[in-house]
Design a protein. Sequence first.
Length: 250
Amino acid sequence: MTDTLQGKAVLVTGGARRVGAAICRGLHAAGADLLVHYRSSALEARALQVELNALRADSVAVVQADLLKNAAPAQLMKSALKQFGRLDALVNNASSFYATAIGELTEEAWTDIVGTNLKAPLFLAQAAAPELRKQHGCIVNIIDIQAQWPIRNHAAYIAAKGGLAALTRALARDLGPEVRVNGVAPGTILWPEDDAWRDEVARQRIINQTALKRIGEPDDIARAVQFLIAEAPYVTGQIIAVDGGRSGGL
């Protein structure tokens, strides 16, 4: 799919590292110009910018924003239009993920998790909609198979990602026919970075729940995103599970 996105501009939130960086590399390899958003990963964002601009000059810009701030969506759109003069796709990848046992859940944690995973994608879609309609563009929301198959002690996260799944379908209806809206629901791609996920027995239990008996790679998500943006003009309102068959109970 080389150069299938040549001349297109894409905003990727949370694009500086991990799966977000893989999405950026994949879209860039397909010819897209990128606005890479980050909140706190400035070093990683700048390194990615240098890496990709070395391959194609002036094709990648980075922008810092706290998505919990009400002004962030308009700020990001302004940056995209200033840098590239257009926006063809929005990838809502930024996420906040950590345990929130019911007895310990705070208002602050709820605001952070729901704000990042649900509120921000909604208002980013709102801010981007006029330009995406103009370009007949698309939105891809990065969800999670756990929205359908909840894990313990993550009620706020599950609620937020479940809401994002519903929002994906609602936006497909509201923004059509000019704008397509789809989602990608990763399974286990990279293990979370906190200590609670370092237990090898627990990891193997999760791997055994997949049909393919292994975890995925960040590029698996990147390829799904690229497909939905570049190769799926008649697909909207859909959520693709990229989880090795785990959510299907295979």
